[in-house]
Ligand binder design. Sequence first.
Ligand SMILES: [Zn+2]
Length: 362
Amino acid sequence: MRTALLAILLLFSLTSCQQSTTTDNEGNTEQAVNKNEPNDKEIVCFVYHRFGDNRYPSTNISLQDFEAHLQYLKEKDYQVLSFSEAVKYLKSEVETQKTAVITIDDGYKSFFKNCLPMLKKYGFPSTLFINTKTVGGGDYMSWEEIKIAMGDNVEIGNHTHSHDYFLNLPETSRYETFEEDIMLSQQLIQENTGFTPEVLAYPYGELDPKMKAIVQKIGFAGAAAQNSGVIYSGTDLMQCPRFPMSEAYADINKFTSKAMMRALKIKNVSPDSFIVPKDDSKPQLSITVNSKGLQLDRLQCFIQRAECQINKSVSENGEAVITLSPASDIDIRRRTLYTITVPDTTGTWRWFSHLFINPEIR
Ligand SMILES: [Zn+2]
């Protein structure tokens, strides 16, 4: 079924797609989508945690910044969908529109108190991924509040029950525990709200290929990771990228550049898994793309806390293999993001990122 779907999507992607750009008065280039290309659908998905709660700057956004995001989406006429609606839109043949998704992880009270009223004011839906173990405790929303939010156009998603670091478990118990934890969360959400989530977000954006297969087997329509990027028809729906929006990355200019970002469409990525290969302190990442339509000479790469070295080779058929390697060891931190941005020939920037996780680092 999945192979058939991929084949269809691949067929679609063989037809050429045109896009043009316009420039706004701040000098920002605004993307214009081709409305008649079903394969050209792209979705920018944002992830937020806390709102107007500056005790935790790394996961918080100020209310002024957040409102500026909503205002931008409104003014620029974005279609804002819940995460599950976005997955349906991506697979549909409806007209292509600029599309954004607002997701919120963890279900903190500051979402209910500060974010929900703003979403209501702008009439935007959102998806709230809750970890059921903490519902009603400390800083977390209660079931009553969750039900009120649901009545206000908030989709509830599964964020597991325990919000554990599942990659820390030995493989002998990891997958059984992960599945049980998700199913317990599904059950509690169903019992307390009458709703069964269709989408999931991995805690900390951490997953391995077998965890992903479990999420697919359970039947979720889509699952959100936490590496940045744009969702498009070639995205693995069990591993959808999202742009994190917290104080350091959330001013309106940074938000605008992410909202206008397009996907760098990848033919192949190696390694496919997020897990750092054993005993490799300088893991390489290789991607294969069609170089036609891209300004590969302007390609940029970023590796967190390491210099990024790029190797490019383009074959006669236009296929480019781009290999990124860190100039220094990355085994000092658990998660390291590798990011590639490259403008296409219209000047629109395209983005791809890959997260390397080293579960040995706690
Ligand atoms: Zn979380």
